[in-house]
Design a protein around this ligand. Structure first.
Ligand SMILES: [Zn+2]
Length: 200
């Protein structure tokens, strides 16, 4: 299970404070809800592309001794299973879907520039999620008048803050901002979250 690391700061600052396992050790298990603190259980590595970073980061894992399951503490600037940071994805989606840039133009001007196909993939996923995002985020912010769900979801993400929205969706609702990959739907929630989604 992946939960969000409560740390706020840059990629560099995140890497520096990872050495101390007590720093953000979860006080209870989010899966079986046992009250015993979890024990440090190493790291896994993943790639990350951020506006000023392209490399590998470590993600700390903890183990629950009661249920023997692991919990990963994902930094809040990344989305599970996606290589680019939330900031990079947000800048691209805004340029393409609110700014009216072409996918090629938004991909070229995105910091950092990236392959066209990656942006196309995010746009497709976002369109599928938009209506469900509007419904979920209405708990945090007033739905804005907008011509369609895509524009409304973007406006709501901008007013909430993308990271605050991501935290609410993942930790609160176990929802992925761009939808879970098919193989990774947690507890069947992806299906429940997608039933009201508009076609791509
Ligand atoms: Zn447990």
């Amino acid at each position: 299970m992946q939960i969000l690391h409560p740390f706020v700061g840059s990629v560099q600052q995140y890497a520096e404070q990872l050495a101390d396992p007590d720093c953000y050790r979860p006080g209870h298990c989010p899966q079986c809800h046992t009250k015993h603190p979890l024990i440090a259980h190493g790291f896994y590595t993943r790639t990350l592309v951020d506006t000023a970073f392209d490399g590998i980061i470590r993600v700390r894992r903890y183990l629950c001794q009661a249920c023997q399951r692991t919990v990963s503490l994902l930094p809040e600037f990344v989305l599970p299973y996606l290589r680019c940071s939330l900031t990079v994805i947000a800048l691209f989606l805004i340029a393409r879907l609110l700014g009216g840039q072409t996918i090629e133009g938004a991909a070229r001007s995105a910091p950092p520039p990236m392959p066209y196909q990656r942006g196309q993939f995010w746009v497709r996923r976002f369109r599928v999620q938009a209506e469900a995002l509007c419904a979920a985020l209405s708990a945090l912010t007033q739905p804005a008048p907008a011509p369609n769900f895509v524009h409304r979801a973007l406006a709501m993400l901008e007013s909430t803050g993308w990271i605050a929205a991501h935290r609410f969706l993942l930790d609160g609702l176990r929802c992925h901002l761009l939808g879970w990959p098919r193989s990774q739907a947690p507890d069947g929630r992806r299906a429940a979250f997608s039933t009201t989604a508009a076609p791509a």
